[in-house]
Design a protein around this ligand. Sequence first.
Ligand SMILES: [Zn+2]
Length: 413
Amino acid sequence: MSYDLVIRGGRVGGAVADVAIAGERIAAVGGPFEAALSVLDADGRVVSPAFVQPHIHLDKVLTGPLLGPNRSGTLSEAIALSHAVKRAATVEEIRERAGRVIRAAVLAGTTALRSHIDVDTIGGLKGLRGVANAREDHADLCTLQLVAFPQEGIWRDPGTDELMAEAMRSGADVVGGMPHWEDGLDAARRHIEFCLRLAVEHDADVDMHVDETDDPYWRSFELLIEEAARLSWGSRTTAGHLCAMASWEDAYAASVIARAAAAGVMVATNPPTNLMLQGRGDAEPRRRGIPRVKELLAAGVVVGAGQDCVDDAFYPFGSADPLQVALIVAHAVQLGTPAEIAAALRMVTTDAARLLRLPDYGVTPGARADLVVLDAETERDALREQAPRRWVVHGGRVVAETTVERRLHRHDP
Ligand SMILES: [Zn+2]
């Protein structure tokens, strides 16, 4: 049989194997396979399923240079500055910024992303239009899910309920949410009920920002689990950030985590931004705003790891590189054993794919040929060295490649 593409001699799950691709799919793994229109010589490099970015804000990326100076250095001034940028933004400018980060993500080995996009009375649906245009511009490189995200709250920002419904009618794929931004738990419950109702109406997944605060008062995760379970929507629901969980009492946290596992609700942790933002008011030792990832994993909850921000009002760094996110997660959560390192990598591959509910994901016959060849012989070396992404394959076609040339110049002493 003749294949369109063979990736020859790579490491697949620890064993050396060829990966044969026909059309958009993996036809066979093993080999050696001979006849192919083109061949990539992986030469012992790791062949991984392509990275998945489960949580990013493409409407806000690269707004850092557009923000005025933050004179007080506080989060509240950062929010005020970001409102000014959001008000002034144009669809075309959002499209251009989002496109730059999409291309960086693909070069880093990502072929599927989920982006939250602000939907509120400040920017209306400009963000959604801009990022949807960027998605069209890059349809050959990756798939992109758009989350309608009420960043300013729904009841606190009157009119957002109608904008959310309009966003879902005009191209958003996923219903977002931000219940802890409302005025207390009752309003948060109504926020969650509104979002779930909208999701069921549009047969859409749910992916909310949940309890992104250090304040242990916020327990809206429990309300979200309850409502998702009531509507049998748990396996289509993801809760992002969950910073307050770190401040909850152990017994309460354990009970909520067990309920999340039972309902099938998934979690997106975003340590790059949250390590930077949370615990700012604490004396030492300070909280780090990371959810209880080890406990979530032990309970069987699917956890993905996201970039969240790239150079915006909330976070000055970020390069949309899931391998960097996995390394930050490994440090934040203290994942160091071989099994834990594998878990950190699953958070930007297999488990992130489950959050996005991507069908046919993996390096296995019949799966979509979305792959990244890492310039390392083991996954741990890839993570440790932040290895170059030798080739990135999307739908059976090579969409990016990286070669790095470094030379040491030795001199006599
Ligand atoms: Zn976020």
